[in-house]
Ligand binder design. Structure first.
Ligand code: GLN
Length: 481
């Protein structure tokens, strides 16, 4: 049985009776057992998957109504709550946390008969971009296991890329869906802010983050968006997309569209292979009938600094609840005074989360806020103005998703600043709330390179049409695992 199948093809094959859900899910679990020792995408595997699959087969046979996913095996990043399952955020702090409720995206996918095959690895609390900051050990890139798979949704990208599931959900605060998608050769989508409910996503920097799908094809992403987007009374930042159908019209092409090439994202620090792939992407976009022009976003050079200042501040307050009393209780209060208790409790955070918490306490504090936090907010609003101006002139923006190739495990782990800079091309979409997608585009020595397209707010449909058009020009090799 071929596990390398798109979500839409999976649904079709099940509907026409060519494959049974039970066989497919059983093979998927077997695949996880065979390759995940090497890849470490999964933090937990859902033992009920095969029973659930069998039940769906039965319902199909007896002509009962079955949801649009038809038992499709999906992996879920471990910061998205599934009722009665562990949700650890890859942290020791939440090692034993069992969620008492479903995230809205999970409720919606359950209604459509998706099967959650397991929870997947990530950087602790989604802070990082290699999965090396997981408290449970890093995931490995299936294209070369000595290299990082990207992050923080590394487990999501690895599991899709290595056929351990058909699609995955990750979260993207500054690139965490698109970066691993690029490094592992999958599609990764960060929607317009508010398009997908964050209810049940454990917050890191809630003013800019979104849940997003990782899939094998652009159409699969559109399919997933159809299922999980839209207004949610439990998340008042969600927007009403009027039940948009992202699949319909996806093949219209990009004839006559104007595309801006972001100058600041193809300059200093970019690997030569990534640059030449980007040039190739631009010429393909042109041959599809689009016109491309270079465009400058001056504020991009401050975006990483602003991003880390704002996200650390939000993390400082979002993670304050982890005090070993409300979550992670494993030693009693007696015998401690308050500060020493909290300080012992916080030792359960790993080095990166600790670093962010310290920065997050300092940058917005009295006497320092003007120099750091308020300045970062100014950069955010100036960058948003610049991007809004750009979208008066062009329909889409293009850049490499990540300026460098997937690097080796351990290579940058001790150098946080050089790690932070890898986010230079992805954070703009988050700081401005715009939708952005990474699609697999090229390879250098077998290592994947992704291309990013960005669109104006609520232009998710246009973005998917463009991504689909570009995707049709690419032939992907088989993952060597
Ligand atoms: N690398 C970024 C960070 O560490 C992005 C993480 C994310 O998108 N969750 O904050």
């Amino acid at each position: 049985m071929n596990l390398n199948i798109s979500a839409l093809d999976f649904v079709q094959e099940v509907k026409t009776g060519n494959i049974s859900v039970e066989d497919f899910v059983a093979k998927t679990i077997e695949r996880i057992q065979n390759v995940d020792d090497k890849l470490h995408a999964f933090l937990s595997v859902n033992e009920k998957s095969i029973d659930q699959a069998r039940d769906i087969d039965k319902r199909i046979k007896s002509g009962d109504k079955v949801g649009d996913c038809f038992g499709m095996p999906i992996s879920i990043k471990d910061n998205i709550c599934i009722k009665d399952s562990k949700t650890t955020c890859a942290s020791k702090m939440l090692e034993n946390y069992v969620s008492p409720y479903d995230a809205t995206v999970i409720t919606k996918l359950k209604q459509q008969d998706a099967i959650f095959v397991g929870k997947v690895n990530m950087d602790e609390f989604a802070m990082g971009l290699t999965t090396e900051f997981s408290a449970y050990g890093p995931s490995k890139n299936p294209w070369n296991i000595e290299h990082v798979p990207g992050g923080s949704s590394g487990g999501s990208a690895v599991s899709v890329s290595a056929f351990e599931c058909v699609a995955s959900l990750g979260s993207d605060t500054g690139g965490s869906v698109r970066n691993p998608a690029s490094f592992c050769s999958t599609v990764g989508y960060k929607p317009t802010y508010g398009l997908i409910s964050r209810f049940g996503l454990i917050s890191y920097a809630n003013s800019i983050e979104q849940i997003g799908p990782l899939t094998r094809t652009v159409k699969d992403t559109a399919f997933m968006l159809n299922l999980i987007s839209g207004l949610d009374p439990n998340d008042n930042t969600t927007i009403d997309n009027k039940n948009e159908d992202y699949l319909s019209g996806i093949e219209v092409g990009i004839e006559g569209k104007k595309i801006g090439i972001i100058k600041e994202m193809i300059g200093e620090g970019i690997d030569s292979e990534v640059l030449s792939a980007t040039k190739d992407a631009i010429s393909r976009l042109e041959s599809l009938g689009a016109t491309c022009e270079e465009i400058s976003l001056d504020m991009v050079k401050y975006s990483v600094a602003a991003y880390y200042t704002i996200t650390a501040t939000e993390a400082g307050s979002n993670l304050a609840r982890y005090d070993n009393l409300r979550y992670g209780y494993d030693f009693p209060l007696e015998g401690y005074e308050f500060n020493s208790y909290i300080s012992k409790a916080r030792k359960k955070f790993g080095p990166e989360v600790t670093r962010r918490m310290i920065i997050g306490g300092f940058v917005p504090s009295a006497g320092h806020a003007g120099k750091y936090f308020l300045k970062a907010l100014k950069v955010k609003s100036k960058l948003t103005n610049e991007v809004n101006e750009a979208f008066k002139r062009v329909d889409l923006l293009v850049s490499p998703t990540v300026p460098v190739l997937p690097f080796k495990l351990g290579e940058k782990i001790d150098d946080p600043i050089s790690l932070f800079l890898v986010d230079i091309n992805t954070v703009t979409a988050n700081l401005t709330g715009k939708p952005a997608i990474s699609i697999p585009f090229a390879y250098s020595n077998g290592l994947p390179i992704g291309i990013q397209l960005m669109a104006d707010s609520s232009q998710d449909k246009l973005l998917l049409q463009a991504a689909y058009a570009l995707e049709q020009t690419v032939t992907l090799p088989e993952v060597p695992i």
